[in-house]
Design a binder for this molecule. Sequence first.
Ligand SMILES: [Zn+2]
Length: 241
Amino acid sequence: MANFKTHLNGAFAVSGVLSLISYKAGLLDNHEFLICVAIGTVGGLLPDIDSDNSTPIKLGFDAASLMVAFILVIHWRSSLSLLSLFALWLSAYGIMRYGVFSLFTKLTVHRGIIHSVPYMAILSLGLVCINFYLLGTPTITSWFYGLFLFIGAMVHLGLDEAYSVDLLNRRLKRSSGTAMKFYQHKQQPYYMVLYALLATLLFIAPPFAPLWNHLTDPITWFLLKKGLLPQEFFSQLISIL
Ligand SMILES: [Zn+2]
């Protein structure tokens, strides 16, 4: 059944294999390879993020809040006193966990617009733009991150479609429609906003051509073919981990 564990394993397996292939083809370096696996796995959990009654999602919110708190503390470790760091950690965690995420779950309905292809495309393109414009990540790497998030999310929607169950393993009614959702008439205004946002992001996103040229370059795949021995694959993976 496509429960939390299936989503986690499915997204991890697909993004693991795809990023390993990209890594072996020389498209990703050691760090980028691991980041792609992580992003793909997160993408596989993302469509259910608006589900209020799911323990795994609550755990995910906890983990994300903790991570934000720790990142802030690490960022300001040299300029703040121990006491202020502690206060920063506590308030960052509190605001994220009981402010941002609580508000988020109140505003959304499970299997609403978040559980759809255009919403996931927006998040993926958003990740590309944040990486490229704010973090100074190279074009190709930014696109890789966005693509992996999208692939993970599509694995999730595909699994839901295949199993037609919700997070609590209940069989869904036929009326709930398809999991691989592009549009729903009763939520027309929301979808119009989504597609407008998607078009805007496509317009401002960095050029896709550099990645496309790399992917369609026969040299890339020739190198991969030369080095693609199963035992090498695994020893490489172990040496990185
Ligand atoms: Zn789902």
